[in-house]
Design a protein around this ligand. Structure first.
Ligand SMILES: NC(=O)c1ccc[n+]([C@@H]2O[C@H](COP(=O)([O-])OP(=O)(O)OC[C@H]3O[C@@H](n4cnc5c(N)ncnc54)[C@H](OP(=O)(O)O)[C@@H]3O)[C@@H](O)[C@H]2O)c1
Length: 205
């Protein structure tokens, strides 16, 4: 709960202040961070678009706050986002997939919107010219980490308390979708790499 939940907290409340007027795209919507973020963004009143890699994951994301979920393994997520937003694009894209979704993620963002690159599940984004942000519509870009947002005791307590509040309100539920014996940690990593997991995974000592 803490790492994934505080990540969702700072992404939606600090990196960009999500509210009822926000339309956002969150890649890997059925992942551990993704399922928390979908519920939290919905609680903030946003229009929430996600991507996921299978029908099971799409169904799971739809049950966790997402209004629309696109299969980015079979469909073109840029054209789908344009269709959903009537050609406008989204205010902010949260992208933890990295290499596979760059630069297409930038084409989903409205002018002066924000690209939040917060992970590398498919590999890192290669070096690029900052001029691409001008070409794609005067975009903003950030590459945040949780540790940059909880670097002081007051910042950590504020972030954690915000997470405890939303979980206690039942607006965000955090389910452990698969458990492994600690001795099977290698299998857990194999399944993560094969994109077989959804939501939170726990190793049991
Ligand atoms: N910057 C930060 O502060 C911060 C904090 C926490 C986590 N993170 C990062 O955020 C990402 C999500 O974390 P998480 O805990 O939600 O992870 P997770 O549950 O493992 O979700 C990752 C998902 O990424 C998708 N994916 C797309 N391409 C992939 C590939 N080539 N290999 C493996 N998975 C791929 C898979 O979903 P589909 O099958 O649906 O594509 C997978 O389920 C990770 O990259 C993590 O390192 C960053």
């Amino acid at each position: 709960m803490m790492l994934k939940g505080m990540t969702a907290q700072y992404l939606l409340n600090q990196t960009f202040k999500v509210g009822p007027e926000t339309t956002l795209l969150f890649h890997a919507a059925a992942g551990g961070v993704g399922l928390i973020a979908g519920q939290w963004a919905k609680a903030l009143g946003a229009t929430v678009i996600g991507t996921a890699g299978s029908q099971d994951k799409i169904d799971l994301a739809l049950a966790h706050g997402y209004d629309h979920v696109i299969n980015y393994r079979t469909d073109n997520f840029v054209s789908q986002v344009k269709e959903i937003t009537n050609g406008k694009g989204v205010d902010v894209v949260y992208d933890s997939v990295g290499r596979d979704t760059y630069p297409a993620s930038l084409d989903c963002i409205k002018p002066r919107g924000l690209w939040v690159s917060f992970g590398n599940s498919s590999g890192p984004v290669d070096a690029f010219s900052i001029g691409v942000l001008a070409q794609k519509g005067s975009l903003f870009a950030t590459r945040p980490t949780l540790f940059g947002y909880v670097a002081t005791r007051p910042a950590l307590e504020a972030c954690a308390n915000s997470l405890f509040d939303i979980v206690q309100s039942n607006k965000v539920r955090i389910n452990v979708n698969q458990t492994y014996a600690l001795a099977d940690a290698a299998q857990a990593h194999t399944d993560l790499e094969a994109r077989k997991t959804s939501g939170t995974t726990a190793l049991i000592p």
